[in-house]
Design a protein. Structure first.
Ligand SMILES: Nc1ncnc2c1ncn2[C@@H]1O[C@H](COP(=O)(O)OP(=O)(O)OP(=O)(O)O)[C@@H](O)[C@H]1O
Length: 699
């Protein structure tokens, strides 16, 4: 009873708006809102991005240039004041210890002259600047040395993500007040058995030491606990979703039909790679069982995922069901439609295409036929999600590039059938542990082999000085009958961003450098019909050079195109460059990727080196994560999962593995999380996933 009252009280405190805190008026409140902070709970879980170590007090001769350091010294001069301009004061002071001396200066803080007296000892903290023979520190914070030592200033101080208008001191004070309001009453959400088994400290200790750590050891323990908890809840959420999808609903049990499948496979224009065979075998087992299939197929660019999707779709059709293939762009939908129509020719399968750019009449006709069951395989874009698209008997949903659709859209499409099987294809190779967290609700298959005869794409990072030589090379390749892509980061020229635009490049080369060649332009702002026409021309070989934006990034398959030129490649992520590069090297001919790069600095150079050195998408995505961090890696992609507040998917892989093991154990023992111990986990997960993921029916 007592505990319940305490819990209710703390819940009330957590929900209190920040304006009740000392020092937060209307203006500051709005600034905090910009950081997504509205109530006490938001402040308590607003984690620092870094810490300043003011505990480590150095000698003056140990102070490093450009570093924030603390040192103790004796005031060895009076404060001198300069007024270089009206309304502008600089106060200076010399401080020394037995190893040397340093000049401290403050801008526009005239009261400084009343603070320090020669002979007194102080501790200072601030950024050090070493110039020739002198050392300086500007606007340091300070505290009298002696009895007060370590009381106010000397500790590990949190640094929060901030906006320009909110100072660190204001945020720190707000967090401190919020922590005081909460006291040590935060409710423990992890059961004692988990805390004990994984040696996790208690939650109030964790919050206190993540904001204001007593020592780095305490900080480490606190962070470990909070990262563990975040990843653990995420895993529990995903595992429960998977359990709900696979156990509670009975899936379709598709027929074996091995002979007819074999006949289809024999009729393919090539023999399957071992990897394709293995992955299809996993899909086949799922489809023939009465569980709902939820499988992710990961394959590097050009590894042949389309044909695997075709096999699964054919299998559904053989059992009398319909299949849907949803892809992110019209270009890709059109291309898949052509490929599938060819593959199914002579097999009595009716394939149709439904995209936003079809006329109302065409759409009506397609939807009518679909409802009657006259179409067996429907390929399309988001248009497939519209309410009016009704299937007769949808048995299999295949989505390509799932993280562009998100979990929610996948669920919308699934609802158009009676618990259809789901296959998700992704061309972004994601390190396995990361795939587990992002797709924890899916089983994973990997196509880890490319079709035979593929030569690695030769990749060169160059600067503008090489442009003429590259253009000569392009001309030579076009003369040999090959086709070229030139990709730009922008559609139109922009005043803010200095990067090449597709419009400008297409215009320049069509009028000057390649005026004797057939140059086309395609970008996302064009009408779908125009895009289709240009792509169609390129596919048929009626264009030599295609200038484009990243609309061609995913899936476009023109084996005769053998040179990929990327302008301003410093503006693309490595995984994206790998996707773009994957548009060439899709046939037997040797292929090339030229990366024009204006990026300076060590990271930019390293990124280009990675691209030159390897063609392996998994290696590249690891490197991408390492160099850019997961925030950006997943940044723009909506994967439908709750945001991570503290865990870093790249750095915290080890904790992820442990948290996952813990989650699997709990869900296996108590799938509905109904034991007394686990009920808190259930509540916490529900809160975190609410509104984010449909289908968590046990909650
Ligand atoms: N087993 C195979 N043997 C030879 N060629 C193959 C094989 N499987 C697929 N291909 C061919 O390889 C090319 C790439 O296949 P596909 O378009 O399916 O790649 P993908 O995995 O979808 O790649 P991306 O993600 O880049 O679109 C196609 O031209 C396809 O016909």
């Amino acid at each position: 009873m007592e505990e319940n009252t305490r819990n209710n009280n703390i819940k009330e405190v957590m929900k209190k708006t920040i304006k009740y805190l000392k020092g937060i008026g209307e203006v500051r409140e709005k600034l905090f809102h910009r950081l997504g902070i509205y109530n006490i709970e938001d402040l308590v879980s607003y984690f620092p991005r870094d810490y300043e170590d003011r505990n480590n007090i150095k000698k003056i001769n140990e102070l490093q240039d450009d570093e924030k350091c603390a040192f103790e010294g004796q005031i060895s001069s009076r404060v001198t004041e300069h007024r270089p301009k009206r309304g502008f004061t600089i106060s200076k002071l010399v401080i020394k210890d037995e190893t040397g001396s340093i000049t401290a200066s403050w801008f526009n803080q005239p009261y400084i002259k009343n603070v320090f007296k020669p002979g007194e000892k102080y501790i200072f903290f601030g950024k050090i600047a070493r110039k020739f023979n002198s050392i300086e520190i500007q606007n340091p914070i300070y505290e009298k040395a002696g009895e007060d030592k370590f009381k106010n200033m000397c500790r590990i101080v949190p640094v929060y993500p901030s906006t320009m208008d909110l100072s660190q001191n204001v945020i720190r004070a707000a967090v401190r007040s919020a922590m005081d309001a909460v006291g040590s009453n935060v409710e423990e959400s992890l059961p004692p058995s988990i805390k004990e088994k994984y040696k996790l400290p208690e939650i109030n200790y964790a919050y206190s030491n993540i904001h204001f750590p007593i020592s780095f050891e305490d900080f480490k323990n606190a962070r470990y606990r909070l990262v563990f908890e975040e990843l653990f809840f995420m895993q529990i959420g995903l595992l429960s979703l998977k359990a709900t999808l696979t156990n509670e609903h009975k899936g379709i049990k598709f027929n074996k039909d091995d002979d007819r499948m074999d006949a289809f496979i024999k009729a393919l224009p090539f023999s399957l790679t071992c990897a394709q065979e293995n992955v299809f075998c996993e899909i086949k087992n799922d489809m023939e069982s009465n569980k709902v299939m939820n499988r992710l197929v990961q394959g590097d660019v050009g590894s042949g995922k389309t044909v695997v999707a075709a096999l699964a779709l054919y299998k559904a059709v053989l059992s009398g069901y319909q299949g849907a293939l949803m892809v992110p762009t019209e270009i890709l939908a059109g291309q898949h439609y052509i490929t599938m129509s060819k593959l199914f020719k002579g097999f009595g399968v009716n394939v149709a295409l439904l995209t936003g750019s079809k006329t109302a009449k065409e759409k009506r006709e397609t939807i009518g036929k679909l409802k009657k069951g006259e179409i067996q395989i429907l390929i399309g874009t988001h248009a497939l999600l519209e309410d009016k698209v009704e299937f007769n008997s949808l048995g299999l949903v295949v989505t390509d590039e799932q993280h562009r659709f998100g979990v929610r859209q996948r669920a919308v499409l699934s609802k158009k059938g009676n618990d259809p099987d789901v296959l998700v294809m992704t061309a972004t190779p994601i390190p396995r542990t990361l795939a587990l967290i992002l797709y924890g609700d899916l089983d994973i298959s990997i196509i880890n082999e490319l079709p035979p005869g593929r030569k690695p794409i030769k990749t060169y990072a160059v600067d503008n000085g090489m442009r003429q030589r590259i253009y000569d090379f392009i001309r030579k390749k076009v003369k040999e009958g090959r086709q070229i892509y030139m990709v730009c980061p922008l559609v139109e020229e922009s005043e803010e961003i200095s990067a090449r635009s597709a419009n400008e490049l297409a215009g320049t080369i069509a009028e000057n450098d390649f005026k004797d060649m057939r140059v086309g332009l395609v970008h996302g702002k064009m009408k779908p019909k125009d895009k289709e026409a240009i792509m169609g021309d390129f596919v048929k070989g009626n264009l030599d050079i295609l200038v484009s934006t990243t609309v061609i990034e995913v899936g476009v398959n023109v084996p005769n195109a053998t040179v990929m030129v990327v302008e301003n490649s410093e503006r693309f992520g490595l995984s994206q460059l790998h996707q773009l590069r994957g548009r060439v090297g899709r046939g037997e001919e040797e292929s090339f990727c030229i990366l024009f790069n204006e990026g300076k600095g060590a990271v930019a150079k390293e990124r280009m080196k990675v691209m030159e050195k390897t063609n392996d998408g998994f290696v590249i995505s690891e490197k991408d994560l390492e160099l850019r961090g997961p925030g950006e890696f997943f940044g723009t992609r909506q994967h439908g999962l709750p945001e991570l507040k503290i865990a870093n998917l790249y750095k915290d892989m080890e904790i992820l593995k442990i948290a996952q093991e813990a989650a699997i154990n709990i869900i296996t023992e108590d799938p509905k999380l109904s034991s007394d111990e686990n009920i808190r986990i259930k509540m916490a997960v529900k809160e975190k996933f609410e509104g984010k993921i449909e289908g968590l029916s046990f909650l």
